[in-house]
Design a binder for this molecule. Sequence first.
Ligand code: FES
Ligand SMILES: [Fe+2]
Length: 455
Amino acid sequence: MTLPEQLRPPRGLTYQELLDADSHTVPETYRWNVPADLGLADIPISRYLSREAHEAEKERLWSRVWQIACREEQLPEVGDTFVYDIADRSFLIVRHAPGPDGLRAYPNACLHRGRALRDAPGRVAELQCSFHGFCWSLSGELERVPSSWDFPHVEPEKFSLPRVQLDTWGGFVFLNPDPNAESLAAYLGVLPELFTRWPLDQRYTRAHVTKVINANWKLVQEAFMESYHVVTTHPQLLPGFGDANSQYDIFGNVSRTISPRGVASPLIGWRPTEQQALDSALDVREDDPPVLVVPEGGTARQMLAEAARSALRPALGDAVEELCDAELVDSYFVNVFPNAHPWGAFNQIFYRFRPNGDDHRSALMEVQLLAPFAGERPPPAPEIRLGPDEPWRDAVEVLGSLARVFDQDEFNLEAVQRGLQSTARTGVLLSAYQESRIRHFHHLYEQWVPAGESR
Ligand code: FES
Ligand SMILES: [Fe+2]
């Protein structure tokens, strides 16, 4: 069902009209324009605040849904292990053989008295528990039991590590604790088609920062699912960011926003020049010299596209000539329910949002920059961890101007949490179109965590 016409942005070009002016043919998937009419109901506030909602999520969501555990590049060699924690549970991912099928996931628990088999990532020859020494092979068969005479009731062939469903897409390792879950391919639906031209498995992690934020994980995630907040939260972007010209699309378990860059927001009361639009898009400050100069008759979008083509040429070669301006310039952000945000096109951002351990009032926000490369895959960047009081700016060396933008986002988040704890309302209000992806998230959420279990 399409939204009524009066809900569409009142000023400026629609995103589809902007694509008509692209210097290259745009991929078909850019022409998909799929708004969703999911009603106008408020979102129950208890879903963000109550311990019961968090417990229901553990039971109904995290224990059953496909979720990203790590990147494949974090386990390049046989014997590499990775520990993935979600809420109060821990899983162990192990590379037992080379190649795409060489990964396995197990509950991170010894079958003797239950100690976590691994505390941290690392390379090992076998999986030996550090408590009493029970030992399994990388592929999960029981190898040794100290004083095995004392365990006449342990039959080695029945004491393999239980497997957890694991699959990969786009260089990400997904797992699903539910043995009866649908396949990952069925779950992801249209997602691979969206990324055909930008294979994320051919990227490497150029930067990796994880930060604790004092708000429920859903609140944090929702701050990165719309461009409606840009006008107030990131006003410095407006001369070069078409916030209200954004397109919002919904596809099964996936949603996306495409926001044009290099064009001015229709919400500002003055008309920036093409140079001002370019300076804003490149984060050039008032007194700094321009990074690029728009020639007579040129546009900011053309300049951004050409700069991106040049930057990508070493990694992609002549293929960059096929890429359209939109792919090189615009913000294209995707959500894979429940918590993964791979950005599309040649944006490099990937976000993931989780509860901070078993605490429902704080979240882990993880940012990875996934860059194309030529030749041998560079090793993934080490993870930088920031506490709740350390600003994103502490990671400016790896995040660049994004660090400032994230600090602006975080400025609101603790205050949202506090406000929701104080409000007289029982629900959160959402707009019909610009916040439709948040509504879509909750629409799916209600299917996984039915009302009554989330309060
Ligand atoms: S708990 Fe692992 S060997 Fe005892
Ligand atoms: Fe933001």
